[in-house]
Design a protein around this ligand. Structure first.
Ligand code: CAA
Length: 271
Protein backbone atom coordinates (compact mmCIF):
# COMPACT_ATOMS: atom_id res chain seq x y z
CA UNK A 1 0.00 0.00 0.00
CA UNK A 2 1.32 3.48 -0.78
CA UNK A 3 0.20 6.90 0.37
CA UNK A 4 -2.70 8.20 -1.65
CA UNK A 5 -2.09 11.88 -1.97
CA UNK A 6 0.98 13.99 -2.09
CA UNK A 7 2.35 14.90 1.31
CA UNK A 8 3.75 18.32 2.08
CA UNK A 9 6.53 18.33 4.67
CA UNK A 10 6.31 21.25 7.11
CA UNK A 11 9.45 20.29 9.02
CA UNK A 12 12.15 18.29 7.36
CA UNK A 13 11.81 14.53 7.99
CA UNK A 14 15.59 14.40 7.88
CA UNK A 15 16.03 16.70 10.86
CA UNK A 16 17.22 14.19 13.43
CA UNK A 17 17.01 16.60 16.37
CA UNK A 18 13.34 17.58 15.94
CA UNK A 19 11.15 16.00 18.61
CA UNK A 20 8.18 15.83 16.27
CA UNK A 21 8.03 15.82 12.47
CA UNK A 22 5.04 17.32 10.74
CA UNK A 23 3.65 17.18 7.22
CA UNK A 24 0.28 17.39 5.55
CA UNK A 25 -1.45 15.09 3.09
CA UNK A 26 -4.49 16.93 1.72
CA UNK A 27 -6.65 17.74 4.76
CA UNK A 28 -4.73 15.32 7.00
CA UNK A 29 -2.15 16.77 9.38
CA UNK A 30 0.51 14.16 10.12
CA UNK A 31 2.74 14.19 13.19
CA UNK A 32 5.50 11.66 13.81
CA UNK A 33 7.03 11.34 17.25
CA UNK A 34 10.79 11.45 16.67
CA UNK A 35 12.97 10.29 19.57
CA UNK A 36 14.11 6.94 18.15
CA UNK A 37 17.11 6.57 20.50
CA UNK A 38 14.79 6.37 23.52
CA UNK A 39 11.92 4.55 21.79
CA UNK A 40 9.97 7.81 21.50
CA UNK A 41 9.91 8.43 25.25
CA UNK A 42 7.67 11.43 25.87
CA UNK A 43 9.44 14.27 27.65
CA UNK A 44 7.71 17.56 28.60
CA UNK A 45 9.23 19.49 25.67
CA UNK A 46 7.96 16.94 23.16
CA UNK A 47 4.50 16.92 24.70
CA UNK A 48 4.38 20.72 24.61
CA UNK A 49 5.32 20.73 20.92
CA UNK A 50 2.69 18.07 20.25
CA UNK A 51 -0.02 20.05 22.02
CA UNK A 52 0.95 23.29 20.25
CA UNK A 53 0.93 21.63 16.81
CA UNK A 54 -2.39 19.88 17.41
CA UNK A 55 -4.03 23.07 18.68
CA UNK A 56 -2.72 24.89 15.58
CA UNK A 57 -4.30 22.33 13.26
CA UNK A 58 -7.46 22.22 15.37
CA UNK A 59 -7.93 25.90 14.49
CA UNK A 60 -6.92 25.49 10.82
CA UNK A 61 -9.84 25.01 8.43
CA UNK A 62 -7.53 23.36 5.86
CA UNK A 63 -7.02 20.40 8.20
CA UNK A 64 -9.90 18.13 9.18
CA UNK A 65 -8.16 15.06 10.60
CA UNK A 66 -4.86 14.45 12.37
CA UNK A 67 -2.70 11.36 12.17
CA UNK A 68 -0.31 10.71 15.05
CA UNK A 69 2.41 8.13 14.43
CA UNK A 70 5.45 6.76 16.21
CA UNK A 71 7.96 4.59 14.38
CA UNK A 72 7.73 0.95 13.40
CA UNK A 73 9.67 -0.10 16.54
CA UNK A 74 7.89 2.14 19.00
CA UNK A 75 4.79 4.32 19.09
CA UNK A 76 6.11 5.53 22.49
CA UNK A 77 7.66 3.55 25.35
CA UNK A 78 6.25 5.90 27.99
CA UNK A 79 6.96 9.15 29.68
CA UNK A 80 10.70 9.86 29.78
CA UNK A 81 12.01 7.98 32.82
CA UNK A 82 15.34 9.82 32.73
CA UNK A 83 13.52 13.12 32.91
CA UNK A 84 11.42 12.01 35.89
CA UNK A 85 13.98 10.02 37.89
CA UNK A 86 15.24 12.89 40.06
CA UNK A 87 11.98 14.78 40.41
CA UNK A 88 10.37 15.28 43.82
CA UNK A 89 6.68 15.28 44.70
CA UNK A 90 6.77 19.07 44.91
CA UNK A 91 8.61 19.56 41.60
CA UNK A 92 6.19 17.16 39.88
CA UNK A 93 3.27 19.08 41.38
CA UNK A 94 4.70 22.46 40.43
CA UNK A 95 5.60 21.64 36.84
CA UNK A 96 2.28 19.77 36.46
CA UNK A 97 3.62 17.92 33.44
CA UNK A 98 0.37 16.22 32.57
CA UNK A 99 -1.44 19.53 32.03
CA UNK A 100 -0.01 19.44 28.49
CA UNK A 101 -1.59 16.05 27.97
CA UNK A 102 -4.99 17.47 28.93
CA UNK A 103 -4.61 19.93 26.04
CA UNK A 104 -4.36 16.98 23.64
CA UNK A 105 -7.47 15.42 25.18
CA UNK A 106 -9.32 18.66 24.34
CA UNK A 107 -8.54 18.55 20.59
CA UNK A 108 -11.85 18.64 18.72
CA UNK A 109 -10.84 17.17 15.37
CA UNK A 110 -10.50 13.39 15.03
CA UNK A 111 -7.05 11.95 15.74
CA UNK A 112 -6.06 8.67 14.11
CA UNK A 113 -3.21 6.79 15.83
CA UNK A 114 -0.76 4.71 13.80
CA UNK A 115 0.61 2.36 16.47
CA UNK A 116 3.43 -0.08 15.87
CA UNK A 117 5.73 -1.68 18.44
CA UNK A 118 5.73 -0.42 22.02
CA UNK A 119 2.83 1.66 23.34
CA UNK A 120 3.68 1.62 27.02
CA UNK A 121 2.91 3.78 30.04
CA UNK A 122 2.45 7.33 28.82
CA UNK A 123 2.54 5.90 25.29
CA UNK A 124 -0.56 3.85 26.02
CA UNK A 125 -2.15 6.88 27.69
CA UNK A 126 -1.43 9.07 24.66
CA UNK A 127 -2.83 6.35 22.38
CA UNK A 128 -6.04 6.32 24.44
CA UNK A 129 -6.44 10.07 23.83
CA UNK A 130 -6.61 9.37 20.10
CA UNK A 131 -9.91 8.45 18.49
CA UNK A 132 -9.30 5.64 16.00
CA UNK A 133 -6.33 3.42 16.79
CA UNK A 134 -4.82 1.45 13.92
CA UNK A 135 -2.47 -1.07 15.50
CA UNK A 136 0.14 -3.16 13.76
CA UNK A 137 0.16 -6.84 14.67
CA UNK A 138 3.51 -6.36 16.46
CA UNK A 139 2.11 -3.78 18.89
CA UNK A 140 2.69 -4.30 22.62
CA UNK A 141 0.41 -2.18 24.74
CA UNK A 142 0.52 -1.75 28.47
CA UNK A 143 0.99 0.29 31.62
CA UNK A 144 4.21 -1.07 33.17
CA UNK A 145 4.76 1.87 35.57
CA UNK A 146 4.35 -0.49 38.54
CA UNK A 147 7.72 -2.01 37.63
CA UNK A 148 9.50 1.31 38.16
CA UNK A 149 7.80 2.06 41.46
CA UNK A 150 4.94 4.25 40.31
CA UNK A 151 1.58 3.96 38.56
CA UNK A 152 -0.05 5.52 35.49
CA UNK A 153 -0.24 9.30 35.87
CA UNK A 154 -1.61 10.60 32.57
CA UNK A 155 -5.09 9.14 32.82
CA UNK A 156 -4.26 5.44 32.44
CA UNK A 157 -6.18 4.17 35.45
CA UNK A 158 -9.29 5.98 34.26
CA UNK A 159 -9.23 5.67 30.47
CA UNK A 160 -8.00 2.07 30.42
CA UNK A 161 -10.65 0.95 32.91
CA UNK A 162 -13.38 2.68 30.92
CA UNK A 163 -12.07 1.13 27.70
CA UNK A 164 -11.53 -2.48 28.79
CA UNK A 165 -13.22 -2.92 32.19
CA UNK A 166 -11.84 -3.60 35.66
CA UNK A 167 -10.51 -7.15 35.24
CA UNK A 168 -8.19 -6.43 32.31
CA UNK A 169 -7.25 -2.96 33.61
CA UNK A 170 -6.15 -4.42 36.97
CA UNK A 171 -4.07 -7.09 35.20
CA UNK A 172 -2.39 -4.50 32.97
CA UNK A 173 -1.81 -1.88 35.69
CA UNK A 174 -1.12 -4.00 38.79
CA UNK A 175 0.65 -6.96 37.19
CA UNK A 176 2.24 -4.74 34.52
CA UNK A 177 1.27 -7.25 31.86
CA UNK A 178 1.51 -5.93 28.30
CA UNK A 179 -1.29 -6.83 25.90
CA UNK A 180 -0.51 -8.19 22.47
CA UNK A 181 -2.09 -6.39 19.55
CA UNK A 182 -4.57 -9.25 19.20
CA UNK A 183 -5.54 -9.03 22.89
CA UNK A 184 -5.89 -5.25 22.61
CA UNK A 185 -8.28 -5.65 19.70
CA UNK A 186 -10.28 -8.33 21.51
CA UNK A 187 -10.81 -6.09 24.58
CA UNK A 188 -11.67 -3.00 22.54
CA UNK A 189 -8.52 -0.99 23.23
CA UNK A 190 -7.65 -0.56 19.55
CA UNK A 191 -9.92 -0.13 16.55
CA UNK A 192 -8.28 -2.25 13.82
CA UNK A 193 -5.27 -4.51 13.37
CA UNK A 194 -3.07 -4.34 10.29
CA UNK A 195 0.02 -6.25 9.16
CA UNK A 196 3.21 -4.73 10.54
CA UNK A 197 4.46 -3.66 7.10
CA UNK A 198 1.34 -1.47 6.65
CA UNK A 199 1.43 0.12 10.12
CA UNK A 200 1.69 3.65 8.68
CA UNK A 201 0.01 3.59 5.27
CA UNK A 202 -3.07 1.74 6.56
CA UNK A 203 -3.57 4.43 9.22
CA UNK A 204 -2.95 7.20 6.67
CA UNK A 205 -5.66 5.68 4.45
CA UNK A 206 -8.11 5.71 7.38
CA UNK A 207 -7.25 9.36 8.06
CA UNK A 208 -7.61 10.29 4.38
CA UNK A 209 -11.00 8.55 4.20
CA UNK A 210 -12.15 10.42 7.32
CA UNK A 211 -11.01 13.69 5.76
CA UNK A 212 -13.58 13.20 2.98
CA UNK A 213 -16.44 13.09 5.47
CA UNK A 214 -18.41 16.13 6.66
CA UNK A 215 -16.01 17.73 9.10
CA UNK A 216 -18.51 19.46 11.40
CA UNK A 217 -20.33 16.15 11.86
CA UNK A 218 -17.00 14.46 12.55
CA UNK A 219 -16.15 16.93 15.30
CA UNK A 220 -19.57 16.79 16.94
CA UNK A 221 -19.69 12.99 16.75
CA UNK A 222 -16.29 12.84 18.48
CA UNK A 223 -17.56 15.19 21.17
CA UNK A 224 -20.66 13.06 21.72
CA UNK A 225 -18.74 9.78 21.98
CA UNK A 226 -16.28 11.27 24.49
CA UNK A 227 -19.18 12.54 26.59
CA UNK A 228 -20.23 8.90 27.07
CA UNK A 229 -17.32 8.68 29.54
CA UNK A 230 -18.53 11.61 31.55
CA UNK A 231 -22.33 11.82 31.48
CA UNK A 232 -25.05 9.45 32.59
CA UNK A 233 -27.27 7.89 29.91
CA UNK A 234 -30.06 10.47 30.06
CA UNK A 235 -27.66 13.43 29.97
CA UNK A 236 -25.56 11.79 27.25
CA UNK A 237 -28.53 11.09 25.00
CA UNK A 238 -29.78 14.65 25.49
CA UNK A 239 -26.35 16.04 24.62
CA UNK A 240 -26.19 13.83 21.52
CA UNK A 241 -29.64 15.01 20.44
CA UNK A 242 -28.67 18.69 20.63
CA UNK A 243 -25.57 18.06 18.54
CA UNK A 244 -27.63 16.04 16.05
CA UNK A 245 -30.16 18.86 15.67
CA UNK A 246 -27.31 21.37 15.32
CA UNK A 247 -26.00 19.52 12.27
CA UNK A 248 -29.16 20.54 10.41
CA UNK A 249 -27.62 24.01 10.29
CA UNK A 250 -24.83 22.72 8.03
CA UNK A 251 -24.70 22.70 4.25
CA UNK A 252 -23.17 19.25 4.48
CA UNK A 253 -26.39 17.83 5.99
CA UNK A 254 -28.39 19.22 3.06
CA UNK A 255 -25.86 17.94 0.57
CA UNK A 256 -25.53 14.49 2.21
CA UNK A 257 -29.26 13.83 2.25
CA UNK A 258 -29.81 15.30 -1.23
CA UNK A 259 -27.01 13.18 -2.66
CA UNK A 260 -28.51 10.08 -1.06
CA UNK A 261 -31.90 10.81 -2.68
CA UNK A 262 -30.24 11.46 -6.04
CA UNK A 263 -28.18 8.26 -5.72
CA UNK A 264 -24.87 10.07 -6.15
CA UNK A 265 -21.77 10.54 -4.02
CA UNK A 266 -22.00 13.50 -1.67
CA UNK A 267 -19.52 16.32 -2.03
CA UNK A 268 -18.94 17.80 1.41
CA UNK A 269 -17.62 21.30 2.03
CA UNK A 270 -16.96 21.18 5.75
CA UNK A 271 -19.61 23.74 6.65
N1 CAA B 1 12.04 6.70 29.10
C1 CAA B 1 13.32 6.96 28.79
N2 CAA B 1 14.10 6.14 28.03
C2 CAA B 1 13.54 5.01 27.59
C3 CAA B 1 12.19 4.67 27.86
C4 CAA B 1 11.43 5.59 28.65
N3 CAA B 1 10.13 5.37 28.96
N4 CAA B 1 11.92 3.47 27.27
C5 CAA B 1 13.06 3.09 26.65
N5 CAA B 1 14.03 4.01 26.83
C6 CAA B 1 15.41 3.98 26.31
C7 CAA B 1 16.27 2.96 27.03
O1 CAA B 1 16.76 3.48 28.26
C8 CAA B 1 17.34 2.70 26.00
O2 CAA B 1 18.27 3.75 26.06
P1 CAA B 1 19.88 3.42 26.00
O3 CAA B 1 20.08 2.82 24.63
O4 CAA B 1 20.52 4.76 26.15
O5 CAA B 1 20.14 2.45 27.09
C9 CAA B 1 16.61 2.83 24.68
O6 CAA B 1 15.39 3.54 24.96
C10 CAA B 1 16.25 1.49 24.08
O7 CAA B 1 15.54 0.76 25.08
P2 CAA B 1 15.97 -0.73 25.52
O8 CAA B 1 17.42 -0.97 25.31
O9 CAA B 1 15.44 -0.95 26.90
O10 CAA B 1 15.15 -1.57 24.45
P3 CAA B 1 14.52 -3.03 24.62
O11 CAA B 1 14.03 -3.40 23.27
O12 CAA B 1 15.48 -3.93 25.31
O13 CAA B 1 13.28 -2.84 25.62
C11 CAA B 1 11.27 -1.78 26.43
C12 CAA B 1 12.18 -2.08 25.22
C13 CAA B 1 10.64 -3.08 26.94
C14 CAA B 1 10.16 -0.84 25.94
C15 CAA B 1 12.09 -1.11 27.56
O14 CAA B 1 12.86 -0.04 27.00
C16 CAA B 1 11.27 -0.56 28.67
O15 CAA B 1 10.82 -1.30 29.53
N6 CAA B 1 11.03 0.78 28.68
C17 CAA B 1 10.33 1.44 29.76
C18 CAA B 1 8.82 1.23 29.66
C19 CAA B 1 8.13 1.92 30.81
O16 CAA B 1 8.35 1.62 31.97
N7 CAA B 1 7.26 2.89 30.49
C20 CAA B 1 6.55 3.67 31.48
C21 CAA B 1 7.30 4.95 31.79
S1 CAA B 1 6.60 5.86 33.17
C22 CAA B 1 5.21 6.61 32.54
O17 CAA B 1 4.92 6.51 31.37
C23 CAA B 1 4.38 7.40 33.53
C24 CAA B 1 3.06 7.86 33.00
O18 CAA B 1 2.03 7.37 33.36
C25 CAA B 1 2.99 8.99 32.07
Amino acid sequence: MTSLTETKPMSSPTSSDALILTETSGAVGIIRINRPKVLNALNPELMTQLAVQMEKWDADSAISVMLLAGSERAWAAGADIGDMAEQTAISMYERDQFATWDRIARIKKPIVAAVSGYALGGGCELMMMCDIVIAADNAQIGQPEINIGVMPGAGGTQRLTRAVGKAVAMDVILAGRNLTAQEALAVGLVSRLVPREHWFDAALKVAQDLAKKPSVALRLAKEAVLKAHELNLTEGVLHERKLFYMLFATEDQKEGMKAFAEKRKASFKGR
